[in-house]
Design a protein around this ligand. Structure first.
Ligand SMILES: NCc1[nH]cc(CCC(=O)O)c1CC(=O)O
Length: 308
């Protein structure tokens, strides 16, 4: 008798779509599986901005606990929500082929972008807020929390001009409006658009099985972005963006740290042959730190802790 692989997931529509995708791929390989949806802390507290909750891994912790207790074999995550440091005993076993990486603006008419009048954009992400204010300093950015469906509803209910989302998330649950504006100038979150599967380090069966779903170029690109993030010690609450793209055996990297108000920006943009990409994310982060990023990170940490 073959083993049934228990797949842990959050129970938002997006998380369920992602877990079902992994489930279908495993079933196609001949494995028996079952989905185990679990409500995560990040989904329960909706009245506070994410960065005020002060918990890293707020979307992943509940699944980590279930796995450590032996209730699930693997967990499927949006990779950008996963802290760069996994809990002891839990390891990365597959990065699925990455979808589109960029953010989009869902809006009620994009004319306001040409106007000097003050407009209001909603996002719960410090990274999106800082980059928006950097480009549109006369706008106001308000906090927006909840899963993707909730956030779309709140946009409809409020008199904001728009809200920012990962294009991949809206596409997956088929809620991407036709006129959504691609924000290709905005640097995405490290690992945005990628799905990560984790398992217990001691679980040889799951590790071997999931290895077959791993997409090497996506693993390398997201690995570089996450090493950049880890080296900057951003956790999930600093305005840090990173994107690594692999083309013709070359890695093209763009990484950035902003001040919380978006007025300051330290960016590193460079490429390296794929064969030499080991340690590249870390090296790029060190360049940012040396160019004033260390002071900027320090002031972000101070401002953040003043909020708690
Ligand atoms: N923080 C929530 C979250 N985590 C992953 C996605 C979208 C899918 C992805 O980027 O992989 C989203 C929604 C969003 O940012 O709009």
């Amino acid at each position: 008798m073959s083993k049934i692989i228990r797949i842990g997931t959050r129970n938002s529509e997006l998380a369920l779509w992602q877990a079902t995708t992994v489930q279908q791929k495993l079933e196609a390989l001949g494995h028996d599986t079952t989905l185990i949806p679990i409500k995560a802390t990040g989904d329960q507290v909706l009245d506070k901005p994410l960065y005020e909750l002060g918990i890293t891994g707020i979307f992943t912790k509940t699944l980590d606990v279930a796995m450590l207790k032996g209730q699930i074999d693997i967990a499927v995550h949006s990779m950008k929500d996963v802290p760069t440091q996994l809990p002891d005993g839990i390891v990365q076993v597959a990065v699925l082929e990455r979808a589109v990486t960029h953010d989009i603006l869902v809006h009620k008419g994009a004319d306001f972008l040409e106007s000097d009048a003050s407009s209001t954009i909603a996002t719960g992400s410090l990274r999106r807020k800082a980059q928006w204010l950097n480009k549109y300093p006369h706008h106001k950015v308000v906090d927006l929390r909840g899963n993707v469906n909730t956030r779309l509803l709140k946009l409809i209910e409020n008199d904001w001009q728009g809200a920012i989302f990962a294009k991949a998330g809206l596409e997956r649950i088929k809620l991407l409006p036709k006129d959504a504006l691609s924000l290709d100038w905005m640097i995405p979150a490290p690992a945005q658009g990628a799905m990560l599967v984790v398992a217990m380090e001691k679980d040889g069966f799951s590790k071997e099985t999931l290895q077959k779903l791993n997409h090497k170029p996506s693993e390398i690109a997201t690995g570089i972005e996450r090493n950049f993030l880890r080296t900057l010690e951003g956790g999930c609450t600093a305005p840090i963006g990173a994107l690594a793209e692999i083309k013709d055996q070359t890695v093209y990297f763009d990484g950035v740290v902003f001040s919380l108000d978006g007025s300051q920006k330290i960016e590193v943009k460079k490429s390296i042959p794929l064969s030499k990409a080991q340690g590249f994310g870390q090296a790029c982060a060190k360049e940012v730190l040396a160019n004033g990023g260390d002071k900027l990170m320090e002031s972000i940490r101070n401002e953040n802790s003043a909020l708690h």
